[in-house]
Write a protein that binds this ligand. Structure first.
Ligand SMILES: [Zn+2]
Length: 379
């Protein structure tokens, strides 16, 4: 196992890359999808089950953990890995995005953000220095810079002002992070959908120097076309020898489109959140298990899937336990969704290393276009 943090690109196909991020806690195969463990758990999943789906790394949320149970308590209990029983790498976000999106009562200035907890109304300060301290107490392997993501809609002038504040905070994050061998600090590019601002942001981050670079401020309601428009150039403005992480993305077709454009890492709550609302993601698109057409269907959710939900249970059963609001419904659908996402990533990695990514993408799109399997005809 590696003593230090590193990244090696093993193969490329067009702009897409496949490789390995090495950390003292294990290797992360890229392109990588990171399930989200907001409150020190991937909801409805045991950590060993998350690992069994093929995940090499999880994401934890600074904002949620700092409020409950607090970073200091997690530190006293041996750090986040031990606390949640996950010994592979963990990436933590900086808290910035959630402060902006979850708390109406906040006050922003050059120093940082003052906000009130959505749990109990208590008042907190989050600054680049405090965010670095929290992520160090958690024991995060990949630490994210503290940044501001402006609320949409925003004018170009507002996006520019916010991006420049985030770049000053990136320097403060770098200074506060210090020298921590085996741990990585990632900078976050901002700039909305304006190419000049994105390029300015990339230049500022490269001048500071980071172990990896995230593309932030996308998947916030701009739509897939606008997001792909930014991804057509943004990864190319970042260093080739460092991982590129697209934050908060996304649906399976967003992921495929991002990988084709040169993204190495992604995270999203979608597969786990949809699993709790009766939505399954399959190679033939989205299936709504609460639909009455499934109530007599003895076939699995996806005949080609090897996850426990598909191997051992019928659509009729999955429909029943969802309708009956049984806990196993969230467990099985979340497991299936995470399994499908990790299988998609494995397929992308293999296709890139074998130089057949365009065929893989064509097959992915053709299968989705076929749609879900035909309703069973009962005679
Ligand atoms: Zn399955």
């Amino acid at each position: 196992m590696s003593e230090t943090f590193g990244f090696t690109v093993a193969a490329t196909d067009g702009k897409a890359r496949t490789g390995v991020i090495s950390t003292p806690r294990g290797e992360i195969r890229t392109p990588a999808f990171m399930p989200v463990g907001t409150a020190a758990t991937v909801k409805a999943m045991m950590p060993e089950s998350v690992a069994a789906t093929g995940a090499d790394i999880l994401l934890g949320n600074t904002y949620h953990l700092m409020l409950r149970p607090t970073a200091e308590r997690i530190d006293r209990l041996g750090g986040l890995h031990r606390f949640m029983n996950w010994d592979k790498p963990i990436l933590t976000d900086s808290g910035g995005f959630q402060v902006m999106s979850l708390t109406a009562l906040r006050k922003l200035n050059e120093d940082g953000v003052r906000f009130k907890s959505h749990i109990d109304g208590s008042e907190h300060w989050l600054t680049p220095e405090r965010s670095m301290e929290i992520q160090r107490l958690l024991g995060s392997d990949i630490v994210m810079c503290f940044d501001e993501c402006p609320a949409l809609p925003a004018t170009e002038a507002e996006v520019a002002k916010s991006m420049r504040l985030s770049m000053r905070w990136a320097q403060r994050s770098r200074d506060a992070f210090g020298d921590r061998p085996g741990h990585a600090l990632f900078g976050i590019m901002q700039g909305g959908v304006t190419q000049e601002l994105r390029e300015e942001s990339a230049g500022a981050l490269k001048a500071i120097g980071f172990d990896g670079y995230a593309i932030g401020g996308l998947a916030v309601g701009e739509g897939q076309e606008a997001m792909f428009g930014v991804l057509d150039y943004a990864p190319g403005t970042l260093p080739e020898d460092k991982p590129r992480y697209l934050m908060g993305v996304g649906k399976p077709d967003d992921i495929v489109g991002a990988v084709v454009r040169g993204v190495d890492m992604m995270d999203c709550v979608l597969p786990s959140r949809s699993g709790r609302t009766g939505q399954a993601w399959t190679r033939r698109g989205q299936v709504n298990i609460k639909n009455a057409r499934h109530q007599d269907d003895p076939r699995p959710l996806d005949e080609d899937c090897t996850c426990p939900a598909c191997r051992n249970y019928s659509r009729a059963y999955l429909h029943h336990v969802f309708r009956a609001q049984e806990i196993i419904s969230s467990m099985l659908l979340t497991w299936h969704n995470l399994h499908y996402y990790q299988e998609l990533m494995a397929g992308l990695r293999a296709a890139i290393s074998e130089g057949r990514l365009s065929d893989f993408v064509a097959a992915f799109e053709a299968q989705r276009a076929e749609g879900d399997i035909e309703p069973l005809t009962l005679t």
